[in-house]
Design a protein around this ligand. Structure first.
Ligand SMILES: [Zn+2]
Length: 692
């Protein structure tokens, strides 16, 4: 998942780190209208009513941290990709250039004995280079090298860029969305967010202790003595902690105004005299930029202090660790296992590692995704699917149009602007209009880690190469088989990869009511992001520009506050005392609530056109309205390990599935009507929230 800019809002909540499913027996999960738990009153807990039976019948497999009705699709997609990769890996002179790349990538990734035999040797030249640095001045060029070698200098998460020292990439300008400028982002950590370093509760302290022991073990595996590794682990944590302290927190970071800090190159140089920016920019082949966006000046200020305070030896330790950490998933079994033990088992609760073939499928999708994605589209996404989902998108856009026209709290002037923005949204369905050319990426069967490095350099340079140029509107930041969707506020596009336009989200054999409840809600969700608490700050062209009257903005904020208050609550699924911050999840929660409303409006309009009503009974014995809500909940039925639930609640802007159903339906009079719920019951909220 390449997310080059911060405000992209993905629908599913799991970081790419966690993938699902060992079992080779791929089975798509189709909506089952007879799965309700009759012992539960739907008006008390709709999620349990709709999902209990599914959850009981589908425990989380050992190699998973999360298991849902969408997990069968994940495996189904992986199997298709595997068949494509295996067929392409046969050494056949008739292979196309793209088949050679994906096929040899696959062969090298699956060759565990060659990877084991190589050990850390593939890193030796880089380790020697780091060891040989003579002065702190030379650190700059080493940063540039590390950024080009491994993901993810350009990959931003909700918290930071996961690259050593800082992130660097081409980014659409916030003030002129038609152009790409250079952006420097906060980064430098190995743990998922600053909270993991700076919180002082018992759980955090314990995790940090385990992190220390993990670094020590990794350095020993790379050849250090126990004593040295122990001391080095303390140094690494000290340096990363220094960077974590200065990072902007993830709530403040949600507001694009806070990260849109323009600087000239001279100002950037003045902010961080220890980094030779001219040398860095030359080393990463960055074209000149009109200005530089520094997402968090405080972070760079602190990094400068750290660069001044710490001796070169400490930085060598930090860089050695970062190199080893970033390369770990592509190295020998002992190192890969230790990486799994800490980052997946300890941090996320995953008991067993995903099978090799699935890891290789996911890496090939990440590194050569558009070469691999073409075959996926050919096999799994027929034109009928594209046509029918596009029809739903148009119907839901029409619903948003009438919603904007009819809301009581907005003045005509702002409504007019909102409709201009809505009309400006471009719909991207399934796959890109033209495919990426990977011909300059060197892929061989000889070395997996070399292939990853080469693909990373290609992708890094591709993003950096955009600096100073007009924006490419056709760009996708998800590959076609991805089970996810996003709204891009700066391109003003909604994007639905072919991977999610499959059961249980979109099912060609299901009634419209079920599809509107499942994928329709996703479509409405992404559309609503254009008008959530952050998305509303961008205009139709993707510029960060305030098009709201002061009174309308105030009205909006009041409604937004209702949502953020509602979602600020204890989350027992994530452990005792863990509380969700509704300000972090406000945008996603607004999109969940708005999304389902819009999908329901669209279904209602469709049924009316056919002379039917939401309250008519469909073939399953449910009314269409009931079917809609059941289809929606079914697509979210899931179990989650507490470790990963805690990680999500503390770092991720999406709410857990149970809240994505129960909080949403409790805000809707239509739900009460569907299941005949009465005031006072849990799914009928006295203080119901509604933005869109
Ligand atoms: Zn979202």
């Amino acid at each position: 998942m390449r997310i080059p800019r911060i405000s992209l809002c993905v629908f599913l909540f799991l970081p790419v780190l966690f993938a699902f499913g060992q079992n080779n027996d791929a089975k798509l999960d189709h909506f089952n209208p007879h799965m309700e738990d009759k012992s539960i009153n739907p008006c008390d807990d709709f999620y349990k009513y709709a999902c209990n039976k599914w959850i009981a019948a589908n425990p989380i497999p050992a190699d998973q941290v999360y298991w849902s009705t969408g997990s069968g699709l994940e495996l189904w997609n992986d199997n298709i990709l595997r068949e494509t990769l295996e067929a392409s890996s046969k050494n056949d002179s008739k292979r196309t250039a793209a088949q050679q790349k994906i096929g040899d990538y696959w062969a090298a990734c699956m060759d565990e004995s060659a990877i084991d035999a190589a050990g850390v040797k593939p890193l030796q030249a880089e380790l020697d280079r780091i060891a040989g640095l003579q002065s702190k001045q030379e650190i700059t060029l080493e940063i540039a090298r590390l950024h080009r070698l491994f993901p993810a200098a350009w990959e931003q998460s909700d918290n930071q860029t996961n690259a050593p020292f800082f992130g660097f990439t081409g980014q659409q300008d916030y003030d002129d969305a038609s152009m790409v400028v250079a952006q420097i982002d906060q980064g430098g950590l190995s743990l998922p967010s600053r909270d993991y370093y700076i919180k002082t509760d018992a759980k955090t302290v314990e995790t940090l202790k385990k992190y220390h022991s993990h670094i020590r073990k990794m350095l020993v595996l790379a050849g250090e003595s126990e004593t040295q590794a122990d001391a080095d682990a303390s140094t690494v944590i000290k340096m990363e902690n220094g960077m974590a302290q200065a990072q902007m927190d993830n709530v403040k970071r949600r507001d694009p105004k806070n990260i849109n800090n323009r600087m000239t190159l001279a100002q950037l140089q003045e902010l961080t005299p220890s980094i030779q920016w001219d040398a860095y920019l030359k080393a990463v082949s960055a074209p000149s930029s009109d200005h530089y966006i520094v997402t968090s000046p405080d972070f760079l200020r602190a990094e400068e202090k750290l660069l001044e305070q710490h001796p070169l030896e400490h930085w060598k330790v930090y860089m050695r660790w970062q190199l080893l950490h970033l390369a770990a998933p592509y190295l020998n079994k002992a190192i890969e296992d230790e990486n799994f033990n800490f980052f997946y088992q300890t941090l996320a609760g995953q008991e067993e590692q995903l099978s090799r073939w699935r890891r290789c499928v996911h890496m090939a999708d990440r590194d050569l995704g558009e070469a691999l994605g073409q075959a996926y589209v050919d096999r799994a996404f027929p034109p009928e699917s594209k046509a029918r989902t596009l029809e739903m998108v148009h119907a839901i856009e029409n619903a948003m149009h009438s919603d904007i026209e009819t809301v009581s709290w907005m003045t005509p002037a702002t409504k007019e602007q909102a409709i201009i923005k809505l009309k400006g949204i471009e719909d991207k369905i399934g796959y890109p209009s033209h495919w990426r050319d990977y011909s300059s990426v060197k892929i061989t069967r000889d070395s997996y880690v070399d292939n990853v490095e080469d693909a990373t350099t290609f992708e890094f340079e591709r993003w950096v190469g955009k600096i100073g140029k007009p924006v490419d509107r056709s760009e996708w930041t998800m590959t076609p088989p991805t089970i996810n969707a996003y709204y891009d506020p700066q391109l003003n596009t909604i994007n639905f990869p072919a991977g999610i336009l499959q059961p249980p989200y979109f099912d060609r054999n299901m009634d419209d009511a079920v599809n509107y409840g499942a994928i329709g809600m996703v479509i409405g969700h992404e559309l609503t992001h254009g008008f959530d608490d952050q998305g509303r700050k961008f205009d139709a062209k993707g510029n960060l520009r305030d098009w709201w009257t002061a009174e309308d903005a105030k009205q909006y904020d009041e409604r937004g506050k209702c949502i953020s208050n509602e979602y600020t609550e204890e989350v027992p699924e994530a452990g005792p005392g863990v509380k969700q911050n509704g300000l972090l999840t406000q945008g996603e929660d607004t999109a969940d609530n708005g999304g389902i409303h819009l999908a329901l409006m669209a279904l209602d309009a469709d049924l009316k056109r056919q002379g039917k009503s939401l309250d008519d009974k469909g073939p399953d014995g449910w009314t269409y309205l009931q079917q809609f809500f059941l289809g929606n909940a079914y697509s979210w039925c899931s179990s989650i390990r507490p470790e990963v639930a805690r990680l999500i609640v503390t770092t991720n802007p999406h709410s857990l599935p149970v809240f994505r159903i129960d909080n949403v339906v409790s805000n809707m009079p239509e739900f009460a009507r569907a299941f005949d719920c009465k005031a006072g019951q849990k799914m009928v909220r006295a203080n119901a929230c509604r933005v869109w």
